[in-house]
Write a protein that binds this ligand. Structure first.
Ligand code: ADP
Ligand code: MG
Length: 233
């Protein structure tokens, strides 16, 4: 519990900082991108130079992406848009969406979805949280494996539980400890923002995110969401 509190406080501070800096960074970045693109399009530069410009433009877009993620979490409460969400459908959609990528990476992607009640929540944010976890699972299985998403209702405690389990590299004690800390990443090209955003979203929804992981064996994340039922009568 204390751990959770510290994490929430940290996220709040990062959110406020993000709100303050993001716009300030984005404006000059937009100017730089504009001029880079102008030079990129000019006839005078060689094919080889153009490649360098491609890289610069891509890197600027990456920075922009990071800023968007930071802005997203800067004022999340206000941004929550609740409506009727079909969690079962949302998860089955993911299986379709990632079939190609899974196949290309020798990953078996399975979903086990029991009949679920409709809930009142922010579908887009929940989607983002789940996608962040799916992406991490994919990245944890560079040599293939199995990704299983299972969703169930626990009527007695009025919650829905979504397990996202992979047979990937697993996490060390240190990684588990630092999970959700802004910019913490073990990947060469990682941003270290995915888990922070995911923790944040689930917390906003009044839910919780727990994790079990074993090095070399795999990782299971469990999202527990309170059941804000939709009256369909
Ligand atoms: P990023 O993916 O950009 O590194 P994240 O915040 O999404 O940032 O994840 C932070 C770190 O947590 C990752 O770099 C990785 O070390 C670890 N991690 C997250 N999910 C998994 C997973 N399913 N299996 C193994 N490690 C994971
Ligand atoms: Mg990630």
């Amino acid at each position: 519990m204390e751990q959770e509190l510290i994490r929430t406080e940290k996220l709040k501070v990062v959110g406020q900082l993000a709100a303050g800096f993001a716009h300030e960074i984005r404006n000059p970045l937009t100017t730089i991108r504009g001029f880079l693109q102008l030079v990129h399009q000019s006839e005078e530069i060689s094919h080889k130079r153009k490649k360098h410009f491609d890289i610069m433009l891509k890197e600027i877009d990456r920075v922009n992406g990071i800023i968007s993620e930071l802005l997203n979490m800067a004022n999340p409460k206000a941004a929550m848009v609740k409506s009727v969400v079909d969690v079962a459908e949302l998860i089955k959609e993911k299986e379709m969406l990632y079939t190609g990528e899974a196949e290309a990476n020798k990953i078996t992607f399975k979903t086990i979805v029991e009949p679920l009640p409709l809930i009142f929540s922010d579908g887009q944010k929940l989607d983002q949280a789940i996608i962040n976890l799916i992406k991490n699972s994919f990245e944890a299985m560079p040599d293939g494996g199995v990704l299983t998403i299972r969703a169930r209702e626990f009527a007695a405690s009025d919650v829905i539980k979504i397990d996202i389990a992979d047979t990937g590299c697993g996490m060390s004690e240190e990684t588990l400890d630092k999970l959700g800390t802004p910019f913490y990443t073990t990947k060469e090209m990682g941003t270290g923002l995915g888990m922070m955003t995911t923790f944040r979203i689930i917390e906003e929804m009044g839910g919780s995110l727990s994790v079990k992981s074993e090095l070399g064996k795999g990782t299971t994340f469990t999202i527990t969401l309170p059941l804000e039922r939709v009256d369909v009568s």
